[in-house]
Design a protein around this ligand. Structure first.
Ligand code: FAD
Ligand code: NAD
Length: 465
């Protein structure tokens, strides 16, 4: 068996692992990263990037279809459009290929050694990797576990055949005529909306009493409205129970306790993700857990000396940019820098139609934290750019401390609102006051002006409402 030794060993080259490796390489740390599949992990290969490519293709197709149906208020008309999903998927795969290739190149540029294969711990300092050319033993001073997450399977509706996870939903070779979606969370709604726009008859089954239960009702209302406009059937307080033996009917217990059968060509189960903790020798280690996730402190240290954990395997929020920020921090800690997790917020975006953005505290969260708050809300219906995009539904809402106007949180819902997340995050991270946002010249006409106006509204000085 071949043996190598290094200072830093990273297991998993998703956004957490590969960013950790790049920064470690930049800092001159002798680093090895092990990846069983492709560099880029869930995010680049079967998550953020492919889903956003499909969502974009669906938006384009929907716009053309509406124009063909004579429903374009913009005066656009066209003959009957069609979509060849295999070509859409090939385009998506090309983007994924460019990005995963780019990650490999970045790692190589920083002299990070990439080992392809499945890693398994022998003990806290030694990992065995099953590579194509045989077994390799890697000894390391410090190890980072960045193994990510996997879709949750419903025992009564196991994956296979028509029952698919997001991974298969992002590689279908045709648009299903009837798509049932279990779970109206991030994945269920992002992909459910995309497939409805691509022409599928979509039914969404959600156990909670409203969609996207993570977000407050005001933020989700415009999305619920859009689901109805797209002809998506939504069953709330409904539980997916089982699948019929013929496997083309999903049996659902509806809110009134009745059983309902939903005929479907595909059933997308999107009821959450679980940490990837199986098959790599977790049992050889003595790691404290937080539920099923690996427990970490504010430096991403696990309960074992010399073992860090980052990204989805450490719990919510399971977002790529959190994993990346953790990876960067851990590399710097390994290099001897004084770092700990001191971020003011982790913005989150749901790429539905319209998009939802949150950064920092919502009004309820701020009050629950003991703050007296001022709230400024500005509707996109009063924003010139939103009007010219024919996308007026939604708003920007700013939550600030009543005593000193410190911005505690910003939320928005609207088409194209995702790009505002940078401004929201920056304002909170920089400790901006309402006056700072209100006093910054925002270029016209942009959706960003709604942020400035929301801050002005919080100060009782809104100009355009
Ligand atoms: P992962 O990206 O899961 O990477 C872990 C890597 O470790 C994998 O490549 C795996 O092969 C490898 N690995 C695991 N075990 C071993 C082992 N023993 N040996 C070798 N290699 C191993 N987040 C966002 O922020 N924005 C989005 O828009 C977004 N969209 C998403 C859409 C979908 C459909 C899905 C499923 C997820 C989405 N996410 C999104 C979540 C995002 O993908 C994850 O938060 C992110 O990928 C987590 O990064 P990670 O590095 O922790 O793990
Ligand atoms: P989720 O937690 O967002 O949503 C799961 C939904 O399924 C919930 O609303 C829940 O009430 C419902 N549910 C659970 N069991 C059910 C049942 N038996 N019947 C009906 N409904 C049921 O999970 P997800 O959509 O699978 O996404 C997983 C994770 O991936 C997210 O938490 C997020 O961290 C990440 N993600 C992020 C993005 C993004 O940032 N834009 C996009 C996709 C995924």
């Amino acid at each position: 068996m071949k043996e190598i030794a290094c200072k830093l060993l990273i297991i998993g080259a998703g956004p957490g692992g590969y960013v950790c490796a790049i920064r470690a390489g930049q800092l001159g740390i002798d680093t090895v990263i092990v990846e069983a599949k492709k560099p880029g992990g869930t995010c680049l290969t079967v998550g953020c990037i492919p889903s956003k490519a499909l969502i974009h293709a669906a938006e384009e197709f929907d716009a053309v279809r509406r124009a063909a149906a004579g429903a374009s208020p913009l005066g656009i008309s066209t003959a009957s459009p069609s979509i060849e999903l295999t070509r859409t998927m090939a385009w998506k795969d090309h983007i994924v290929g460019r990005l995963t290739g780019g990650v490999t190149a970045l790692l190589k540029r920083q002299k990070v050694k990439i080992v392809h294969g499945w890693a398994r711990f022998r003990d806290g300092k030694t990992v065995e990797v099953e590579t194509e050319t045989g077994r390799q033993l890697i000894r390391a001073e410090t190890v980072v576990i960045a193994t990510g997450s996997a879709p949750v399977e419903l025992p009564s509706i196991p994956f296979g055949g028509p029952v698919i996870s997001s991974t298969e939903a992002l590689s279908l070779d045709g648009v299903p005529e009837r798509l049932a979606v279990v779970g109206a969370g991030y994945i269920g709604l992002e992909l459910g909306i995309a497939y409805a726009k691509l022409g599928a008859q979509v039914t969404v089954v959600e156990a909670a009493e409203r969609i996207l239960p993570l977000y407050d009702a005001d933020l989700t209302k415009p999305v619920a409205k859009r689901l109805a406009a797209l002809g998506i059937e939504l069953l709330l307080r409904a539980k997916a129970r089982e699948i019929e033996p013929r496997r083309d009917q999903l049996v659902v217990e509806t809110a009134d306790g009745a059983a309902r059968q939903i005929a479907a060509d595909r059933i997308l189960v999107a009821v959450g993700r679980r940490p990837a903790i199986d098959g790599w020798g977790l049992e050889e280690l003595d790691l404290d857990r937080k539920g099923r996730f690996i427990r970490i402190d504010d430096q991403c240290r696990s309960s074992m000396r010399g073992i860090f954990a980052i990204g989805d395997v450490t719990g919510e929020p399971m977002l790529a940019h959190r994993a990346m920020a953790q990876g960067e921090m851990v590399a710097e800690i390994v290099a001897g820098h004084r770092r700990n997790w001191d971020k003011s917020c982790i913005p989150a975006i749901c790429f539905t139609d319209p998009e939802i953005v949150t950064a920092g505290l919502t009004p309820d969260e701020a009050r629950a934290a003991g703050h007296e708050v001022d709230i400024g809300q500005f509707p996109f219906s009063a924003n010139g750019r939103a009007m010219t995009r024919h996308a007026e539904d939604g708003f920007v809402r700013v939550v600030a401390r009543a005593d000193n106007h410190l911005v505690l949180g910003v939320q928005a819902v609207g088409q194209g609102a995702s790009e505002l997340s940078a401004a929201f995050g920056l304002a909170i991270e920089m400790g901006a006051r309402l006056e700072d946002v209100a006093g910054t010249i925002h270029a016209h006409p942009t959706l960003g002006e709604a942020f400035q106006e929301a801050a002005l509204k919080g100060l009782g000085q809104a100009l355009h409402i």
